[in-house]
Ligand binder design. Structure first.
Ligand SMILES: [Zn+2]
Length: 498
């Protein structure tokens, strides 16, 4: 049995002013092929897939040349068609040369935005189907922020989506994808699927599956999977920051040759979500930057530390709203990780920056109005490092610089957006997060992995700027060109479902 494995992922924020370019996907280790690709993500989708595939005798997995996650992480905009075609054409030609294949595994995201390509993941599946023919089986794994409809499954046979946010079960979904693909190739699993899209559109910060009713929908999917043999339920929360017609919530159900059951479960999940729509949308407290910093001070006074200030709204990584408030309100013992500033990093690289150097620079802001104004930081360089690339997007070695300033504060400057998910990660750049009382980070929900679910932080404060910028909860301020907001709850007046 021969299975080809392909990886092509990006979560595209189409409202950012800078496109994701070919060069962003090319760095040391990317693109990868063969064993390098198969071993590229041992704890994630690819790792789970390869592990289970290799538990089966006579199964060969072939890594097709694929770009890894771009080094800009999740902080970049539209991918141009030339870049997309460049990689897909290469994949298709390798599939032809190295084939024939009985099955193909596509590790994709679901919220990739390509200029001039309506549904890049479905289009990839369509191109792959042309090569491998109607008899081969195609399986995909997806991020729950995918904006999926039934189109991918027109060309592919199966899809498996991560359930939790933070995304704890990526490895498990990769394992399931391999097991079910191999069963399908053997004729032991005959995929019959159903897809539903209740018209609900939510910003990511509300989608934490650690609170009701988001956790109730995850639980309902798990109950269906437990009580019915061979059933898998995908719950896509959707990704509102990618301007596409297909954005919004979706459910997909896989069954073993039972379309009636697939339709029944898909209806149940979508109808349940619709019934819970009000609580899905409301009930997450987000503070202004000013309030957040005030509350952090109160937290310090009450010895409720460490406290996390999570700027959920910063999509470029360059936003300075929180840094501004930290300085203006004289917050102390605060670690700010990070403010992205590619130009500052380049200037520091040219200067040959070293620990102990005096620092006086304007940092961050500029890239768009969401990022705000650059902020002057005066202090002393503390660490110069290769960054925390393991916890960001892709990227290999980068230059990161941290600066001590104010009353026990430290600012980390990175070239790209960094969503910190674990205080322990700071040790990679020579900083002990436990030395600080406040940690100010850029993350919506993923940080709960290392800060909340681990029991590390004593207080969590979600913050956003007062203005309805790109990443805030006020989606009505986004300049949608494709998606029609009035078709979705809670924006349209007469949205009905089913
Ligand atoms: Zn996600």
């Amino acid at each position: 049995m021969r299975i080809a494995a392909i990886y092509f992922m990006h979560e595209t924020v189409t409202f950012l002013p800078f496109d994701t370019q070919l060069s962003d996907f090319i760095y040391e280790g990317s693109p990868a092929r063969g064993e390098a690709l198969l071993g590229s993500d041992p704890d994630g989708y690819m790792g789970g897939f390869v592990k289970v595939a290799r538990e089966h005798a006579n199964v060969e997995v072939v890594g097709i040349e694929s770009p890894l996650f771009p080094k800009t992480g999740t902080g970049s905009g539209w991918i141009d068609k030339t870049t997309y075609d460049h990689f897909v054409n290469k994949m298709i030609s390798e599939l032809k040369t190295l084939g024939p294949f009985d099955g193909v595994y596509l590790a994709v995201h679901g919220a990739m935005g390509v200029r001039g390509v309506a549904k890049p993941e479905a289009e990839l599946a369509r191109r792959v189907r042309q090569v491998v023919g109607p008899k081969a089986f195609i399986v995909g794994t997806f991020d729950p922020h995918g904006n999926e409809d039934a189109d991918f499954l027109r060309y592919a046979n199966l899809a498996f989506c991560t359930k939790y946010y933070p995304h704890y079960d990526t490895h498990l979904q990769g394992e399931r994808a391999a097991r079910t693909l191999i069963r399908a190739i053997r004729g032991d699993y005959k995929p019959a699927t159903a897809t539903r899209k209740p018209p609900i559109l939510t910003p990511s910060v509300l989608q934490w599956t650690g609170r009701s009713p988001w956790m109730d929908l995850v639980q309902r999917a798990l109950v269906w999977e437990a009580r019915e043999t061979d059933v898998y339920v995908n719950f896509y929360y959707g990704f509102a920051f990618m301007d596409s017609n297909e954005a919004g919530m979706a459910f997909q159900v896989m069954t073993n040759g039972d379309p009636e059951l697939a339709n029944h479960i898909a209806d149940d999940m979508a109808n349940t979500a619709w019934r819970l729509r009000e609580q899905l949308y409301y009930g997450t407290k987000v503070y202004s930057m000013k309030e957040g910093v005030q509350l952090a001070k109160e937290s310090i006074a009450k010895k409720q530390t460490p406290v996390v200030l999570a700027d959920h709204s910063d999509r470029s990584g360059a936003a300075t709203w929180l840094l501004r408030q930290v300085i203006d309100q004289k917050l102390s013992n605060t670690l700010i990780g990070t403010v992205a500033d590619k130009d500052a990093i380049e200037a520091l690289r040219k200067k040959g920056v070293r620990p102990g150097d005096k620092f006086d620079m304007m940092v961050g802001g500029r890239v768009d109005e969401s990022a705000g104004e650059p902020v002057r930081v005066v202090g002393t360089v503390n660490t110069v490092s290769g960054g925390m690339s393991r916890f960001g997007g892709g990227g290999g070695a980068q230059l990161w610089v941290s600066v001590k300033f104010g009353d026990g504060n430290e600012l980390v400057i990175s070239p790209y957006l960094h969503q910190n998910t674990d205080p322990a990660a700071f040790s990679e750049i020579g900083i002990n997060a436990a030395d600080f009382k406040v940690i100010a980070i850029k993350s919506r929900v993923h940080f709960r992995r290392g800060y909340y679910d681990s029991g590390w932080a004593k207080n969590i404060l979600l913050v956003e700027p007062d203005q309805p910028f790109v990443g805030t909860v006020r989606l009505e301020a986004l300049d949608y060109k494709h998606l029609k907001l009035e078709n979705f709850y809670p924006f349209g007046k007469n949205v009905k479902y089913p």
